[in-house]
Write a protein that binds this ligand. Structure first.
Ligand code: AMP
Ligand code: ZN
Length: 473
């Protein structure tokens, strides 16, 4: 059975889903006011590998929900600044998220709800009415608040004592009139120029949901009252997840999530990678430097998810090199010519499979799992050198790497990248035409520039009597 660290108990616990064979898992998704950076994607790649481990290594069904926060202070401010409708504004970043998620090999999850989808807003309104009924709310200045003093268990996840509690970075410390500084907003009264919704039948006047409420309501609507795993980055423990627990448990009276899983920061020069510090890199930024997303994925998995991971371009280059070592090894298997199979090879492979499975079940120790894989590559390369691997061994070796890859998703991602031209084909064709046009007007400098730019992006042009053809560098 897998052991998983649970922030709620501050300890590793054996994990199994509560009911049947199906894991119900919620991941706090991106706030769509900017393109996600690779720090955000550290959290998403780690939860993707948790999902794959549960599915492919342990054989559970997984129902995973990952939301888009498409209404909050930051999205509203961004849309206003851009002079755009909120929905159209957030659409752009959702599209970019989908592109980057695919580029990083994130397996599509079962549901990706947007907070502003009507059924979700209705679920939020319903949750407020349940909280009203249970006496956890009050209204002030057109807004609705959660009254923390009505819930003695408040602070259990973040380990706060009620008196010492300070407002965190994301507590709403604006002009809204709270009775107690610790209380948090469930529904923000309408302000000019902001989008609003209303549910008069439930006593909810014009306004918009608070960020915390969005996740509680969407988790309940799509996964039920009690879920198995709730995940996100460590910055969400307080206040976001603490408040989610207060809302969900205040509404239903049942435990909200059995396990809380938090991914540590991707850092740059000892600081969290974050938009407010201006030290972020996106997938397009990384690709513009000539790196491929598969190397980013490998780098993001190179440290245990509960340890901070320092991002540098050198370490990205080193992971590109490791990945090459892996794919070179797999290509080399095609050249193994000797006959038969060898017990020594089989037992090496079995040892590595066991080490891999043990590492992944040990609180998702991807660093150790990768260590087992690279150790196997090193050992088998030596065995091939010594002529101690036969064609009969190759299927067993390949099968093991396929198993590793279903969980880590790096090799298949690299293969998909290799199969795709480095520049979209219609763009290459357009540039070839531009280059011909430049040559016709005898602007050879411009023509050359196009050729060089394509070469820098991994595409070589070859001129012949029949015209210009391109090939991958
Ligand atoms: P946000 O869009 O700010 O709500 O963040 C989306 C997800 O990315 C959350 O789960 C955050 O905890 C996570 N996150 C943000 N910055 C980092 C970082 N530097 N390293 C790891 N996870 C992060
Ligand atoms: Zn959330």
């Amino acid at each position: 059975m897998m052991r998983l660290y649970n922030t709620l108990t501050r300890s590793e616990e054996p994990f199994a889903p509560a009911t049947h064979n199906a894991v119900r898992m919620y991941t706090c998704g991106l706030t769509v006011y900017a393109r996600g950076h690779i720090g955000n994607f550290r959290t998403f790649v780690c939860t993707d590998v948790l999902r794959r481990t549960l599915k492919y290594l342990l054989g559970y069904d997984v129902k995973q929900v990952m939301n888009f926060t498409d209404v909050d202070d930051r999205t509203i401010a961004g849309a206003e600044k851009a002079g755009m409708d909120l929905r159209a504004y957030t659409d752009q970043y959702i599209a970019m998220f989908r592109e980057d998620a695919q580029a990083l090999g994130l397996e599509p999850v079962e549901e990706m709800p947007r907070a502003t989808d009507e059924p979700n807003l209705a679920a939020m309104a319903k949750m407020i009415s349940m909280l009203d009924r249970n006496g956890h709310t009050y209204r002030s200045d057109d807004s609705i608040y959660f009254k923390i003093s009505t819930l003695p268990s408040y602070g259990r996840l973040a380990r706060l004592d009620h008196e010492g509690m300070k407002p965190g970075a994301r507590v709403d410390t604006d002009s809204y009139a709270k009775e107690d500084a610790r209380d948090f907003v469930l529904w923000k009264g309408h302000r000019d120029g902001e989008p609003f919704w209303e549910y008069p039948a439930l006593g909810i006047t014009a306004g918009r949901p608070g960020w915390h409420l969005e996740c509680s309501a969407m988790a309940q609507r799509l996964l039920g009252d009690t879920i198995d795993i709730h995940a996100g980055g460590v910055d969400l423990i307080f206040p976001h997840h603490e408040n989610e627990i207060a809302q969900s448990e205040g509404a239903t009276g049942k435990p909200f999530s059995r396990f809380w899983v938090h991914v540590e920061y991707l850092i740059v020069d000892e600081q969290k990678m974050s938009k407010s510090l201006g030290n972020t890199y996106t997938i397009p930024d990384v690709m513009a430097k000539g790196f491929r997303p598969s190397a980013v994925r490998l780098l993001l998995l190179s440290a245990h998810y509960r340890k901070q991971l320092n991002f540098t371009w050198d370490s990205l280059a080193a992971h590109e090199e490791s990945l090459r070592r892996l794919t070179d090894f797999l290509a080399r298997l095609d050249t193994v010519a000797g006959d038969g199979s060898h017990d020594a090879v089989q037992s090496r492979v079995d040892d590595a499979r066991r080490a891999f499975a043990a590492a992944m079940q040990d609180d998702l120790n991807t660093a150790a799992a990768l260590g087992a894989i690279f150790e196997l590559v090193r050992a088998l390369n030596s065995s091939i050198d010594a002529g101690d691997v036969g064609a009969g061994d190759v299927p067993v070796i390949r099968q093991a790497f396929d198993e590793f890859d279903r969980v880590l998703g790096v090799i298949s991602l690299r293969r998909a990248e290799d199969a795709r031209p480095p520049v979209p084909v219609d763009e290459i064709e357009r540039l070839i035409e531009d280059r011909q046009a430049a040559r016709r007007r005898r602007d050879f400098a411009a023509a050359d520039r196009i050729r060089q730019e394509l070469a820098a992006r991994g595409v070589l042009l070859e001129d012949s009597a029949g015209g210009t053809r391109w090939k991958r560098k």
